[in-house]
Design a protein around this ligand. Structure first.
Ligand code: GLU
Length: 449
């Protein structure tokens, strides 16, 4: 069953859980990876001998810091900042920053742990890290968010470097915040070191396609899954949860390839638009007005808004959870199965619970884990780093072709590894084994570090 851990690994898992109490999301991400590794370790006993798993589960460095800032009324606030530099065996730590009130060490550790494997799948020389703060940007003015970013970077800058640690955005951190973070970095260090952060604006060192990359990459991955089965996205009905950066560009690419997205959501509710979601309207509401998805139904006849609605109850062929962790549970998975959904791919990080993944597998629904399916974002960050190192800027078309080729490689690696290890079609096992072997073998090669 998905989530069951081989008996050689069970004591290691329990020891990590014991030493990291209360970090439930980290435990979940760990269980998901470990449950795939039994057969890989049986073929590569050296990795067990060299205690690669134990070393992988302990971050190389964890930084926790105070972020004081003042609101527009002059009141003082204190938040907690994090940067978990989990593993640098493949390259400098790489991973986004999340600003969200639910952020705590367990969330950042799960994200950083996932990032190790995701980044290894891209084939680029990038290690795994993640950071953020328990800051809630909702309802804050631009000036307040800028002051927060400046205070956050005033501590973080000393831990970064283009060859050390390269952050980017995640939930609550987009190009605007990256600008304020980079501006403060530049001021503190007196150096225009573009390669120290990715997700930058096009005028100041950013890469074409970075904004679209996670969503576009996800759809390329889905297209690869379908092509491997002589099928196509064309004519498929899709449901995409969320309405942030990942969801928006996922919907855009699905429509470009002839599919139809009939629903999206935010943390307050769900929009159902049987005629097909108007992606430009979602962009206007979420990116320009920074409003709520509820406004969509006010502007679009034929669509319906359900406060606290259940997006997984809407009939679809393909479901793409692009909002947040654990948004798709067993009930959601069952509703999708009952309605004839045949493919689920994760645009967010760990949006499906282990129980949900299990239910989908049992029902024969194709499932792609986030570390493979949403790797297009960080892969394009690696392309941004390449352009920064060469002081170059590639065209949109060239960059998108590179992204498509990367997603193709990731798909092939997961698909072939799943076959090789006797679980054909199980992308979760394929992604975990393929990336673990890359990281693990490099950890052995570089000695005990
Ligand atoms: N936060 C994104 C992710 O989950 C992107 C990280 C990056 O570009 O470094 O992969």
């Amino acid at each position: 069953m998905i989530g069951d851990i081989d008996e050689t690994l069970e004591p290691i898992f329990h020891e990590v859980v014991r030493r990291n109490r209360g970090e439930t999301e980290f435990h979940q991400a760990l269980r998901e990876v470990m449950s795939s590794l039994g057969p890989a370790l049986a073929r590569h006993p050296k990795l067990l001998e060299r205690k690669v798993i134990q070393r992988l589960c302990e971050p190389e460095r964890q930084i926790i810091f105070r972020v004081p800032w003042q609101d527009d009324q002059g009141e003082v606030h204190v938040n907690r900042g994090f940067r978990v530099q989990f593993n640098s065996v493949m390259g400098p730590y790489k991973g986004g920053l999340r600003f969200h009130p639910r952020v705590y060490l367990g969330v950042i550790k799960f994200l950083a742990f996932e990032q190790i494997f995701k980044n290894a799948l891209t084939g680029f020389a990038i290690g795994g890290g993640k950071g953020g703060a328990d800051f809630n940007p909702k309802g804050r003015s631009d000036d307040e968010i800028m002051r927060f970013c400046q205070s956050f970077m005033t501590e973080l800058y000393r831990h970064l470097g283009r060859l050390t640690d390269v952050p980017a955005g995640d939930a609550g951190v987009g190009t605007r915040e990256i600008g304020w973070l980079f501006g403060q970095y530049k001021r503190l260090t007196n150096s225009y070191e573009s390669g120290v952060i990715t997700g930058k604006g096009l005028g100041w060192g950013g890469s074409h396609v970075r904004t679209e990359a996670t969503g576009y990459g996800l759809v390329y991955f889905v297209q690869n899954m379908l092509e491997a089965r002589d099928d196509d996205i064309h004519g498929k009905t899709c449901v995409v949860s969320g309405s942030g950066n990942v969801a928006i560009y996922t919907m855009e690419k699905i429509h470009a390839l002839g599919g139809k997205v009939v629903a999206c959501s935010d943390s307050d509710g769900v929009v159902h638009d049987p005629a097909g979601v108007d992606v430009e309207l979602v962009k206007e509401i979420k990116e320009v007005r920074r409003g709520r998805i509820e406004e969509y139904a006010e502007h679009r006849t034929g669509s319906e808004y359900q406060a606290d609605g259940n997006i997984w109850g809407i009939r679809c062929d393909i479901a793409l959870p692009c909002a947040t962790e654990n948004e798709l549970d067993t009930d959601g998975a069952q509703a999708l199965i009952d309605n004839g959904c045949t493919l689920v791919a994760e645009g967010a990080n760990m949006p499906a619970t282990l129980e949900a993944i299990n239910a989908l597998h049992q029902a024969g629904v194709l499932f792609a884990p986030g570390k493979a399916a949403n790797a297009g974002g960080v892969a394009t960050s690696a392309l941004e780093m390449q352009q920064n190192a060469a002081r170059d800027m590639w065209s949109f078309e060239h960059t998108e072709q590179r992204l498509a080729a990367i997603m193709d490689n990731i798909h092939r690696c997961c698909y072939e590894t799943a076959e090789e290890y006797g679980t054909p079609g199980n992308y979760m096992h394929g992604a975990n084994i393929c990336s673990f072997l890359r990281v693990g073998q490099e950890m052995v090669a570089l000695g005990l570090t």
